[in-house]
Design a protein around this ligand. Structure first.
Ligand SMILES: Nc1nc2c(ncn2[C@@H]2O[C@H](COP(=O)(O)OP(=O)(O)OP(=O)(O)O)[C@@H](O)[C@H]2O)c(=O)[nH]1
Ligand SMILES: [Mg+2]
Length: 373
């Protein structure tokens, strides 16, 4: 018997090839499904292979007349029955292949939807690429009904919260007396100092003072002095390193001294040297880097690595109310293990500020999927 292999996209197509080549007397010896192409187990194409043969002792072509006709007719009846059986089996197989390929399409669509959402939130690709295999495994472990009713938002939130576990979240606890807020221009350093100061005075009943080293603009001094007057607390202006030292000594018996500094273009590499000339960075001073959530993640990374040498003890994210994209915060926490102290969400002093909490921040991000679904 001559055996040949035929490959096509589906069984009916493959059968057509067999018939065209070997005629209706062909015997199907084996059929199987083969996968071609693919990426991460998705988007693979399924082909069908048929092994068919033709018994050359028997001529099935009705046009040819030989003295083996009777045998041929009997065999033809037998072949017809076999063929009907074969077709039934093939139909079942085609059906099961269609079901399988639908479920592969559904999985790919499901993963793609989450991938696109996380990218739109500016979550770093490294984090997304690590998440996808776990998400895909979870998806595969459930049947169709379970998948539909499964709480995927909670699954994603738990995954991302766990990834942030290495970072520390939450504000200070008066363990340090001097808190210095640094960062680029206009991110909300002075406003956040007023918020932290107001909370310490009004809620926690602490003895608080301000020092400002932002002497470049009269308005900047006035801004902090106005908050100091409202809170009825002292505010010292330090033009030189000596002024700063004296102000520090003056507030020695205070619970909390908040230090304001001028924002500078973060691309100016002399900024940190300039800060160091006036502010006495020692171990009883904590430096909080203020970053606006409206900035680009790449810029935030650059700013963070520039300030890191001071060092940066915590990051405060401002202007959460001005964006619906929170990936940058997650990226800094996950990829740089940056401790996050506070998040501010408006211009109102002191109300628009809360202590950072990993779960709440992740949930705020995931909630965006529901809001824009
Ligand atoms: N929407 C919104 N605006 C804020 C927030 N925090 C501060 N701002 C506003 O941002 C602007 C700049 O705030 P500042 O506190 O002066 O910023 P800064 O970092 O001290 O600025 P420089 O000293 O000039 O570098 C002001 O209009 C604030 O009211 C916030 O969480 N949300
Ligand atoms: Mg300021």
């Amino acid at each position: 018997m001559k055996v040949k292999k035929y490959t096509a996209q589906n069984l009916p197509e493959a059968m057509k090839l067999v018939r065209a080549d070997l005629g209706s007397g062909a015997v199907i010896l084996n059929t199987r499904e083969v996968q071609v192409g693919g990426f991460f187990g998705f988007f693979t194409k399924k082909n069908v292979e048929i092994f068919a043969g033709l018994d050359q002792d028997v001529d099935y072509h009705p046009t040819k007349n030989t003295n083996k006709n009777i045998v041929k007719e009997k065999q033809a009846v037998f072949q017809d029955e076999e063929l009907t059986k074969e077709i039934r089996q093939l139909k079942n197989m085609v059906h099961s292949l269609t079901v399988q390929s639908k479920s592969a399409d559904d999985a790919a669509l499901f993963i793609k939807e989450w991938e696109n959402f996380l990218l739109s939130q500016e979550v770093d690709l490294t984090i997304i690429e690590e998440l996808i295999p776990s998400l895909s495994n979870k998806y595969e472990s459930l049947d169709e009904m379970e998948r539909d009713s499964y709480d995927w938002n909670t699954w994603i939130s738990s995954y991302l919260s766990a990834r942030m576990a290495k970072s520390e979240f939450g504000g200070f606890h008066y363990e340090t007396k001097f808190l210095n807020l640094i960062g680029p221009t206009g991110v909300g350093k002075t406003t956040t100092i007023a918020k932290i100061g107001a909370k310490a005075v009004l809620k926690d009943g602490k003895k608080v003072a301000f020092i400002t080293t932002d002497t470049y603009r009269i308005a900047a001094i006035d801004q902090l002095k106005t908050y100091a007057e409202i809170l009825n607390i002292p505010c010292e202006v330090a033009y030189t390193a000596d002024d700063f030292k004296k102000a520090k000594e003056k507030f020695e018996d205070y619970d909390l001294v908040l230090v304001d500094s001028a924002g500078r273009n973060f691309l100016n590499r002399f900024y940190i040297e300039e800060l160091q000339r006036i502010i006495h960075f020692d171990k009883d001073m904590k430096n909080y880097l203020v970053l606006s959530l409206t900035s680009k993640y790449r810029d935030m990374e650059t700013i963070y690595s520039q300030f890191k040498s001071l060092p940066v003890h915590k990051v405060i994210f401002t202007k959460k109310d001005e964006t619906t994209t929170y990936g940058s915060l997650l990226n800094l926490a996950i990829l740089n293990s940056v401790p996050i102290g506070y998040v501010t969400n408006g211009q109102n002093v002191p109300d628009d500020m809360f202590e950072a909490d990993a779960d709440e921040l992740v949930q705020a991000l995931v909630k965006e999927k529901l809001l824009h679904a």
